[in-house]
Design a protein around this ligand. Structure first.
Ligand code: C5P
Length: 319
């Protein structure tokens, strides 16, 4: 019997505790300053040797994920193969993704899957790329892929791919995620923000989109480890655009705050909303109340920060 080598990686979803968006750049992207925060909602990505590259996706929202070369995980495979010297060193793989991170939800699930594929293939092919080299490949695949590799809490600049880990005490933050009954496309939310800003400028609003800067009160709050201060300092420039495209979110955010959340915001480009609670018990109460309030499709309790992409022991070989 031949043993088919396989490697499984576990990858976290992310929230943005701050998402400051600058003007649209010439390349179509927006300059960002963001504070990424990895949370305990994970996809699993398995890479195994195969006759040709392919991908299968199961789990939460799997029918919305492309199963061809547009799949971000397969794009990551192609990018890593090019970086390590081609097919002789990086033979064909099949990627299997088990999704728990909802698709097109503002939680960077696609980027997580790409990061998982990079780490799993780096191991499967014995390519030996270090974290920094993998990060350079990740940045070519998508803006959030580099962060999914490192996890934790980190400041992102550029498109979000230039990262500095945030120095903070080992506080565990308790979050409730409210998943929406619908999806938002990231490029469409950015385009809406551009339109809102253009309309604001026409109407004479000054300084509506300056170059983004890191929010000092948020960083001080993170260093203090005090969830009340962190809750007050959460911010997302994309939120008005996401709410304009998905007006039901206004009600979801208001309900969470009314039910005692320390802070609330749309996650990334949405439509998932994230609520911070002061401890695990409060998070449980908030989750129960929010799901009873009928303001979202479902809820999940998660904690952060959690590590980035990790290789899991293979259940077939682990003792
Ligand atoms: O890099 P990624 O594929 O995740 O980005 C998806 C889309 O989101 C981009 O094509 C772009 O329209 C928008 N985006 C942006 N500025 C960023 C990140 C993403 O405009 N910094």
């Amino acid at each position: 019997m031949t043993i088919v080598p396989r490697v499984t990686a576990r990858v976290p979803a992310k929230l943005n505790l701050q998402l400051a968006v600058g003007p649209r750049r010439a390349d179509g992207y927006h300059g960002l300053v963001t504070v990424f925060h990895a949370v305990s909602l994970f996809d699993e990505v398995t890479a195994e040797c195969a006759a040709q590259d392919g991908v299968t996706v199961t789990g939460e929202g799997a029918d919305r994920v492309p199963a061809d070369q547009d799949n971000l995980a397969l794009r990551a495979v192609t990018a890593l193969r090019a970086a390590v010297g081609g097919a002789a060193r990086a033979p064909a793989v099949h990627i299997s993704i088990t999704k728990r991170i909802p698709v097109a939800a503002g939680l960077a699930g696609g980027s997580a899957d790409a990061a998982g594929a990079l780490v799993a293939c780096n191991e499967l092919w014995h390519s030996g790329l270090d974290q920094q080299q993998l990060g350079a490949v990740a940045a070519k695949v998508g803006s959030d892929v580099t962060f999914a590799l490192i996890g934790g809490t980190a400041v992102g600049r550029g498109r979000g791919e230039r990262l500095t880990p945030a120095l903070a005490p080992a506080t565990a933050y308790h979050w409730v995620l409210a998943f929406a009954d619908g999806h938002l496309s990231t490029p469409e939310v950015y385009a809406m923000l551009d339109r809102q800003r253009a309309a604001g400028a026409k109407a004479g609003a000054k300084g509506s989109h300056p170059e983004p800067t890191l929010d000092a009160p948020l960083m001080t709050a993170l260093r203090s480890g005090d969830p009340t201060r962190v809750g007050r300092a959460l911010s997302n420039d994309l939120q008005p655009a996401a709410v304009a495209m998905f007006p039901a979110l206004r009600k979801t955010l208001a309900a969470g705050l009314e039910l005692g959340a320390l802070g609330a915001l749309v996650s990334g480009s949405g439509p998932t909303c994230a609520f911070l609670a002061s401890n695990a018990d409060r998070a449980l109460g908030l989750a129960v109340s929010l799901s009873g309030a009928g303001v979202c499709r479902s809820v999940a309790r998660v904690t952060g920060p959690v590590p980035g992409t990790l290789i899991l022991p293979d259940p077939k070989t682990a003792k």
